[in-house]
Ligand binder design. Structure first.
Ligand SMILES: Cc1cc2nc3c(=O)[nH]c(=O)nc-3n(C[C@H](O)[C@H](O)[C@H](O)COP(=O)(O)O)c2cc1C
Length: 215
C-alpha cells in the first residue's frame, strides 16, 4: 500500500513514521529552567549525526496547544543540555518524567531520581543513568512544528562498571541495557536480542558468491 504524504492529513504521516522507524534510541534530556531548577523529559526522535565534531540531535515538537516544550525554551535560554540514556531498569522513571507537568516541576525529583552536577556544563545529569552526554547547543534547525536541536558533546560520563578499557575508550554496550522506543505511545524494546555480522571486503563477497555458485 502506498501512502502519499502529499495527500495525508497532518499528523497521519507522523503515525506512519513512528510505527516504522523503530526501535528509536531515547534521549533523556536534562535542562535548567529560568530559576535554575532541573527539568527532564524523554525524546525518541534522537540520534548521533557526526563523530567529528561529535554532534547528537533530537526533534522537539510543540505542546498540544502549540507552545514550546520546557526543554526547548530552556535550551534556547541557556545554550546547553545533558542527554542521559535510558536503561531497562529506569523505564518506569523515564515514563514519569514524560508526563505533562506544569513548568517549574522538577521531573527528576518527581521520579525519585538524583540530579548530580555536570563536569563541563551547569546542567546536572541523572545519577542513575549509565551514560550522560554534556552538550553545548550547536544549532536549532526549525522544521515547521518541530525543531531539531543539535548539540556538541563536551564530555560523556559513563558508569565505571560499563567501561571495558578506558585507554581505548571501549564500552561494555550490552551492560548498559538500554531500551528503545517502538510503535504507539507505550511500546519499548530491550537491547538484549543481539546478533553479530562482521563487515566484509569486496574480495570476501566475491569469494562467498563463488562458493555459493559451486554448491
Ligand atoms: C519515550 C518517549 C519519547 C518521546 N519522544 C519525544 C520526541 O521525540 N519529541 C517530542 O517532542 N516529545 C517526545 N516525547 C514527549 C515529551 O517527553 C513530553 O512532551 C514532555 O512532557 C516534554 O517535557 P518538557 O515540556 O519538560 O520539555 C516523548 C515521550 C516519551 C515517553
Amino acid at each position: 500500500m502506498l501512502f502519499d504524504f502529499a495527500t495525508l492529513p497532518p499528523g497521519e504521516g507522523y503515525k506512519l513514521m513512528v510505527s516504522t522507524v523503530v526501535p528509536r534510541p531515547i534521549a533523556w534530556v536534562v535542562t535548567l529552567d529560568a530559576e535554575g531548577k532541573p527539568n527532564a523529559a524523554p525524546f525518541s526522535f534522537f540520534n548521533a549525526f557526526s563523530g567529528n565534531p561529535p554532534i547528537v540531535g533530537f526533534g522537539c515538537g510543540p505542546r498540544p496547544e502549540g507552545s514550546p516544550k520546557d526543554t526547548l525554551a530552556n535550551i534556547r535560554r541557556l545554550g546547553e543540555f545533558t542527554i542521559c540514556l535510558v536503561p531497562n531498569a529506569l523505564a518506569q522513571q523515564m515514563n514519569i518524567t514524560a508526563a505533562d507537568f506544569d513548568t517549574g516541576v522538577n521531573e527528576i525529583e518527581e521520579a525519585g531520581l538524583t540530579a548530580v552536577p555536570g563536569a563541563k556544563v551547569g546542567t546536572p545529569r541523572i545519577a542513575e543513568s549509565p551514560v550522560a552526554m554534556e552538550c553545548a547547543l550547536h544549532q536549532i534547525v526549525p522544521l515547521g512544528g518541530h525543531n531539531l536541536i543539535l548539540g556538541r558533546i563536551l564530555a560523556m560520563e559513563v558508569r565505571d562498571d560499563c567501561v571495558l578499557d578506558p585507554a581505548k575508550h571501549y564500552i561494555d554496550t550490552p551492560k548498559l541495557e538500554l531500551i528503545g522506543r517502538m510503535h504507539g505511545r507505550g511500546w519499548y524494546a530491550r537491547t538484549t536480542d543481539r546478533m553479530e555480522i562482521p563487515r566484509i571486503t569486496p574480495e570476501q563477497w566475491e569469494e562467498q558468491k563463488r562458493r555459493r555458485a559451486a554448491e
